[in-house]
Design a protein around this ligand. Structure first.
Ligand SMILES: Cc1ncc(COP(=O)(O)O)c(C=O)c1O
Length: 463
């Protein structure tokens, strides 16, 4: 192959970036950054073409000041993964190969890679092996796909054909979810034509999880089609709904149970977390990310549906020119909402292959051990209050039970310690939520973080 002219600048910059991530600045002043980024990106519409190498150099110069260090072990701000290098290599090949993972015939390799990854995901998560798996952009879309299948299926159980008759005029579907469920579920439901009239918010406990008693009472009040959305890994607390109890209620009520397990579902690989993940396989559908705990490069999520027929009915795109050949393999478009799409199975296949089951277990165990260590260290700091039951990788804390002191600690960690943290508001309080999920974050990183927090709190007390 002829060497592409932009190869040197793109490759060199990639190596530099990967090698230097530990030194990357972690603080962003959003206002100044936006001005600087606009100055370089928002130039007049290019009228004539330019040399590719020059363009790539300009892109690097424009983007680098605004890149966020989420591939750095000291990144704790959001529940985001760090892009495994093997997945990145596969992602580069995906771009070079330029495959369209629409149907089997547009890329047999991409279609079968997705089939293989789907089978691995079911095996790793120990979910019903005949479930169908759609490779989507992330957990929001995985929720969308799963809930589309749920919508069609619960209406079919009520004798209504949504494909034939549409949503208008359909029986009212009640959808039960925690008042503290992840916002992406509500977004997915809105895309599917649902609104507040459909939602039944169930009171949440201090960890954001559903009160089972309240769920049971609420479900008994309504007749007709029902969908329940449970959480495996709450965005703040990392907590799990009581899957066993919820699955039983759903069965009794003939309701579809969907599990939002964007990151937490991977805890199912850990025997020591089985008290959290027990009976998760009793659900009807599951959404889980590849680009969070699994470190598959963005974007990657899995929509998993027990009833493959309901999944296909909700997603399939049919047209004469897309007809299957008699010997074709799986058509990816039957399981996700797009036709032309990136062949995201290659990066997923490569990352899972590089980690293996043992690698995934080690990664998740390490992050959970990091969270437990941090909790233990901070439990000895009287100014700090921990707001969640630390079972997974999330720690939610407050300083002096005061919004301003909590914000101050976050600011100082970012400015003085090379850490990237963010505060959020949860249950009416400003809290510092530390998400331990980046590929390279280890015990040494957490000891340094704990030392820094202790030092900053002590310095504050002396001031
Ligand atoms: C519990 C939960 N559900 C859904 C999502 C949405 O996932 P994504 O950003 O991959 O669409 C997130 C994101 O953090 C999450 O934590």
């Amino acid at each position: 192959m002829k060497k592409p002219p932009m190869e040197n600048s793109a490759l060199a910059s990639a190596y530099n970036y990967a090698a230097g991530y530990r030194q990357r600045p972690h603080t962003l002043d959003a206002t100044e950054d936006a001005i600087e980024l606009r100055r370089k990106f928002c130039i007049p519409t290019p009228q004539t073409g330019r040399n590719g190498s020059d363009v790539i150099l300009d892109l690097i110069a424009a983007a680098e000041p605004g890149l966020v260090g989420n591939t750095d072990p000291n990144f704790f701000a959001w529940v985001m993964g760090g892009s495994h290098t093997t997945g990145v290599a596969a992602d580069w090949l995906t771009s070079i190969w330029g495959q369209n993972a629409a149907i089997f015939q547009t890329s047999p390799a991409a279609a079968i890679a997705e089939e293989a990854v789907g089978a691995w995901v079911l095996d790793l998560l120990d979910l019903p092996r005949d479930s169908s798996v759609g490779l989507v952009t992330g957990a929001t879309m995985a929720g969308f796909v799963s809930l589309a299948a749920a919508r069609g299926d619960v209406l079919a159980r009520a004798g209504y054909d949504i494909e034939e008759c549409g949503l208008q005029g359909a029986p009212l579907i009640h959808i039960y979810l925690s008042e503290d469920a992840h916002a992406s579920n509500l977004a997915a439901l809105r895309y599917l034509g649902f609104g507040e009239a459909n939602f039944v918010y169930i009171a949440a406990d201090t960890q954001g999880l559903m009160d089972n008693q309240a769920l049971q009472i609420a479900m008994k009040k309504q007749i007709g089609p029902k969908i329940v959305i449970a959480t495996a890994g709450h965005i703040n607390s990392g907590g799990f709904d009581d899957m066993d109890a919820i699955a039983r209620v759903c069965k009794a009520q003939n309701a579809w149970l969907h599990v939002d397990g964007a990151f937490g579902l991977w805890a199912r690989l850990l025997p020591e977390k089985s008290h959290l993940t027990k009976s998760i396989d009793m659900a009807d559908s599951w959404s889980v990310d590849g680009h969070k705990w699994l470190q598959i490069p963005y974007d990657c999520g899995f929509a998993i549906v027990r009833n493959a027929q309901a999944h296909r009915k909700a997603m399939d795109i049919s047209a004469n020119y897309l007809n299957r050949g008699p010997h074709d393999g799986r058509n990816p478009t039957e399981y996700n909402p797009e036709l032309s799409r990136r062949a995201r199975g290659f990066a997923a296949w490569a990352t899972i292959n590089a980690l293996g089951r043992e690698g995934i277990v080690t990664l998740i165990e390490r992050h959970c051990a990091c969270a437990t260590l941090l909790q233990k260290r901070l439990a000895g700091v009287s100014a700090i209050q921990i707001r969640n039951h630390v079972e997974l990788n999330q720690i939610v804390l407050r300083v002096d039970d005061c919004d301003e002191s909590t914000r101050m600690l976050a600011k100082r960690l970012n400015i003085k310690c090379g850490t990237f943290v963010r505060t959020t508001v949860w249950r009416g309080e400003t809290v510092l939520r530390i998400s331990i999920i980046e590929n390279n974050t280890d015990i040494a990183t957490i000891i340094k973080l704990a030392d820094n927090i202790e030092r900053l709190i002590k310095a504050d007390q002396c001031e």
